[in-house]
Design a protein around this ligand. Structure first.
Ligand code: F6P
Length: 322
């Protein structure tokens, strides 16, 4: 394989640049030309493509965001959109494609792999960590770190004012960020989609806490499909318990900033592995890391199968969140 391409797609995640850098280095070392596609599938359809050299990825490992840009392309969801993308790939002579993204990206990648003769390798890059086939996704550790720093800071006004705070973190339909940042931040309670808790249950838990030694509390809330829903929860709790409750929504802050060391190392490892997988003739798989070893999962499984939260951590949660 003499010419491959790489793109980032979906929500950006800290560590994506480290992954691009590693892939460029690995490809050039094997005398494979590597092209960068701008703005994900949307840029592919519009032929926004240029060659990447070592100098293009110099001094980028510590930068957040993605130097290639990213997008969520509705056009690519249609067969016509993908047909245009395939024309561009053929015109450019691209035989292998590395997709860095999450479940939506891999859904598109699965279809592209079936409809084109191009070899496709996925690399998990999303702060949500909700991709089956890898212990961690690129960007998750940085997002948890960002949420944790915010929780630690909120502790001060929570304690000084003896208040209840709701801190809403990202993660859409998965509670990975909420679970890890909440446990690490010593949250008094977690609201995560995988383990539903009613407002009544939450209130009785908080009441028990406040009847004991606690004068303040932090509840970490996963955003779910409706970002900002913690405002509704806070209002209900305020009405039921008659206590002051404030809300902090972290939102896209969690997607920005420098990647953590763990994300840079994971991204570097997976970037090299993706190029090697293409060179070895692999296609239609996502390269991930499972139990510290490289793993290869059919692209279809990455979005079709549900990745479970850590069962041991969940079991310990009542002990740790009090
Ligand atoms: O998938 C990553 C993510 O940050 C989710 O946690 C969040 O729900 C979503 O993207 C937000 O998407 P957008 O940036 O398009 O608003």
């Amino acid at each position: 394989m003499k010419r491959i391409a790489i793109m980032t797609s979906g929500g950006d995640a800290p560590g994506m640049n480290a992954c691009i850098r590693a892939a460029v280095r690995a490809a050039l070392a094997d005398e494979i030309e590597i092209l960068g596609i701008r703005r994900g599938f949307a840029g592919l359809i519009r032929d926004e493509i240029r060659s990447l050299e070592r100098k293009d990825v110099a001094n980028t490992i510590h930068h957040g965001g993605t130097m290639l840009g990213t997008a969520r392309s509705s056009e690519f969801m249609s067969r016509e959109g993908r047909a245009r993308a395939i024309e561009v790939l053929e015109k450019r002579g691209i035989k292998g494609l590395i997709l860095i993204g999450g479940d939506g990206t891999f859904r598109g990648g699965t279809e592209l792999a079936e409809e084109s003769g191009v070899h496709i390798i996925g690399v998990p890059g999303t702060i949500d960590n909700d991709v089956y086939g890898t212990d961690y996704t690129i960007g998750f550790d940085s997002a948890v770190d960002c949420a944790l720093k915010a929780i630690d800071r909120i502790r001060d006004p929570a304690q000084s004012h003896e208040r209840l705070f709701f801190v809403e973190v990202m993660g859409r339909h998965s509670g990975f960020i909420a679970l890890e940042s909440g446990i690490a931040g010593g949250a008094e309670e977690l609201l995560i989609p995988e383990v539903p808790l009613s407002v009544d249950e939450l209130c009785s838990h908080l009441q028990r806490s406040f009847q004991g030694e606690k004068r303040s509390a932090i509840v970490v809330v996963a955003e779910t499909e409706e970002p900002g829903h913690s405002f509704d929860v806070a209002r209900e709790v305020r009405e039921k318990l008659g206590i002051d409750a404030r809300v902090v929504v972290l939102g896209h802050l969690q997607r920005g900033g420098a990647p953590t060391a763990r994300d840079r190392v994971l991204a570097s490892k997976l970037g090299v592995a993706a190029v090697r997988a293409l060179a070895a003739g692999k296609s239609g798989v996502m390269v991930g890391e499972t139990n510290w070893r490289l793993s290869y999962t059919p692209l279809q499984d990455t979005w079709n199968k549900q990745k479970e939260l850590n069962a041991e951590l969940l079991e310990m949660r009542p002990l740790l969140c009090e």
